[in-house]
Design a protein around this ligand. Structure first.
Ligand code: ATP
Length: 274
């Protein structure tokens, strides 16, 4: 049996300009991607192809957005899957899904007339966690299949496949995944600083009627430690407060209340999972 269709999500073009903050991560990623873009030069110099980029960092900081933007930047088709989708009760099913994912990527790229394909695997630690040698786990086979697929990528492949993976637990990964020729580029996608938060808030405020007196700068100041995903929630919650008051615009106090709400929400989430 093949992979469920739901595993593969293709998406609309998405650019680095749609990602707030993360200046350093963007520069590092673009530098790495240029290896794919300038493929001819690279292969003339005998440099081995770039196969895997690992994005590390806390949840909600934009790792998925980075992978989508990378696909656009390299004019690639984009396929996404999550590590948890490969964990199955029956031996070989997860490995089969990996095989299908790579097959799909090649097929999709050919159909779209693209030279490159980006495969994004979120939560890579689920299948790529440290193997402890002793007990045999079904997903060892899944991981082995992924390694086999990566080792099978060559400089002159058409289409060329780039695997991007994300984790917030890099230290958990099996060293086999991190070897040269596999995920040997690591890019940290960290929580945004104040400037980054302001940038993210500005991006997500674009489609919201903000009151003239609103200072997003102040909101950026007050939201220390928030991820991009939380900042997006702040704007959404603020709009809901505005709606409840039948206000036509989002005012500063709506945003301040939203910050508290998102902060509290995170706390209760954490407590309830304890
Ligand atoms: P996870 O590890 O939980 O999968 P992630 O790092 O992949 O998280 P994304 O899925 O990329 O995070 O981000 C979730 C949402 O949060 C995005 O769809 C976007 O709305 C918002 N977001 C996060 N980071 C940013 C950012 N840097 N700029 C703009 N929006 C962001």
């Amino acid at each position: 049996g093949g992979r469920r269709d739901a595993t593969v999500k293709t998406s609309k073009p998405f650019s680095f300009d749609d990602i707030g903050g993360q200046d350093r991560a963007k520069v590092e990623l673009i530098e790495a991607l240029d290896f794919l873009v300038k493929h001819e030069e690279i292969s003339k110099l005998g440099i081995r192809p770039l196969k895997g980029i690992l994005l590390t960092g806390p949840p909600g900081t934009g790792k998925t957005l980075m992978a989508k933007a990378a696909a656009q930047y390299t004019d690639s088709v984009y396929l996404a899957a999550s590590g948890s989708e490969f964990v199955e009760m029956y031996v070989g099913v997860g490995a089969g899904r990996i095989r299908d994912l790579f097959k799909d990527a090649r097929k999709k790229a050919q159909k779209a007339g693209k030279k490159n394909a980006v495969i994004f695997i979120d939560e890579i630690d689920v299948i790529g966690g440290k193997r402890d040698g002793g007990q045999h786990r079904e997903y060892d086979q899944t991981l082995n299949q992924l390694l086999t697929e990566m080792d099978g990528i060559h400089t002159n492949d058409a289409p060329r496949i780039l695997i991007m993976a994300a984790t917030n637990r890099k230290e958990m990964l099996d060293s086999a995944l991190l070897r040269p020729g596999r995920f040997d580029r690591h890019i940290g996608v960290e929580l945004p600083d104040k400037k980054g938060r302001l940038h993210i808030l500005t991006i997500h405020a674009k489609n919201k009627p903000l009151d003239e007196a609103v200072s997003l700068d102040k909101i950026a100041e007050e939201s220390f430690g928030f991820s991009g995903a939380q900042l997006e929630s702040v704007l959404n919650e603020a709009a809901i407060y505005a709606m409840r008051e039948s206000s036509e615009s989002v005012r500063q106090e709506h945003l301040s209340m939203a910050i508290d709400k998102v902060m509290m929400g995170e706390k209760t989430d954490r407590e309830s999972t304890k």
